[in-house]
Design a protein around this ligand. Structure first.
Ligand code: ADP
Ligand code: MG
Length: 291
């Protein structure tokens, strides 16, 4: 049967925007020594905005942007929505219907007039070409903490778009609180190394691992579990679900995808990261009462 102290803690959590899907998670959280956090939508607001757009010399800027936006219109990735908004702000209205293949963790692929078009991260379009495009503009943009997506046609890189996401207002303080509780913080992201390092620094995270695929997030989680035994994972996306399920305790952002919300053990109802430290403090106090 459930202990009165556990019930009180669950109810206190609910009042404070923390939904525990069972008392066992309170016990586990009290033992937590490390926590992994996804970047996009978790440490950041997940609402990126296009700040720069470059096309290859000789290509028409508007028609290239139209193709890019038409491909992204078929995706529900946060980056895709940002591209759509940007295209509209540039005056692009009706978009042609393009059939795409979604490559989770990489980007999108389409065949247009018998040409294969790739849209996505450097590794997906050819890393070397991506970083030499436009005199290496990608390096400068990544130094600014921006995510860059590339478009490739059969002649090489056709375009690059830089997107800037904002670190959540409470993220820095939330990480500090966790560290003060003796918890190691690790950021896991599918984004490139340079952008990841800038965001990790901004948020004050102890360690980061960039260029993760959903399955590599799981691999890193397993490594953390070996070292720290009780490990949390915070995420919002479909691609975080496997890692949320692998962690001792999975935390979903309340504004996250259904899959993340269902897979997690704890839901941060207002997507407020500082509630994690609150939950840990509360669970440690509860364990002292129970024991
Ligand atoms: P994260 O772990 O940061 O949430 P994802 O695993 O969703 O990132 O994606 C990793 C990278 O793959 C993105 O940074 C982006 O470069 C590329 N990517 C994924 N989906 C898309 C898309 N729809 N359009 C363009 N690029 C994409
Ligand atoms: Mg995410």
């Amino acid at each position: 049967s459930i202990m009165p102290a556990t019930l009180a803690a669950i109810s206190n959590g609910a009042k404070n925007g923390i939904l525990f899907k069972g008392g066992i998670h309170l016990e586990n959280i009290s033992e937590m020594r490390a926590i992994a956090l996804d970047k996009t939508g978790t440490l950041t607001q997940g609402k990126p905005v296009v700040t720069d757009f470059f096309v290859r010399e000789g290509l028409d800027r508007m028609s290239t942007l139209t193709t890019l936006a038409a491909m992204e219109a078929q995706s529900n990735h946060p980056l895709a929505q940002a591209i759509s908004l940007y295209a509209r702000s540039e005056g692009i209205g009706q978009l042609p219907l393009i059939h795409i293949e979604d490559k989770p963790g990489f980007g999108l692929q389409a065949t247009i007039n018998d040409q294969t078009i790739l849209v996505g991260k450097p590794d997906f379009v050819n890393k070397e070409d991506a970083f030499t495009f436009h005199d290496g503009i990608a390096t400068k943009l990544a130094d600014e903490g921006k995510t860059i997506i590339f478009m490739r046609d059969e002649f090489g890189i056709a375009a690059a778009a830089a997107l800037k996401d904002t670190v959540r207002e409470e993220a820095k303080e939330a990480i500090k609180l966790l560290q003060s509780l003796g918890i190691k913080t690790v950021m896991l992201t599918g984004d490139n190394e340079k952008t990841a390092s800038v965001i990790a620094k901004e948020a004050g995270i102890d360690q980061y691992i960039a260029e993760c695929l959903p399955e590599t997030k799981v691999e890193h989680m397993k490594v953390l579990l070996k070292e720290y035994k009780f490990v949390g994972m915070v995420g919002d996306g479909i691609n975080d679900a496997p890692a949320l399920a692998t962690a001792t305790t999975g935390f979903a952002m309340g504004e996250g995808t259904d899959v993340a919300l269902e897979t997690a053990d704890v839901v941060l109802m207002k997507s407020d990261l500082s509630k994690i430290a609150y939950a840990i403090k509360m669970s440690r106090k509860m364990q002292r009462i129970v024991k």
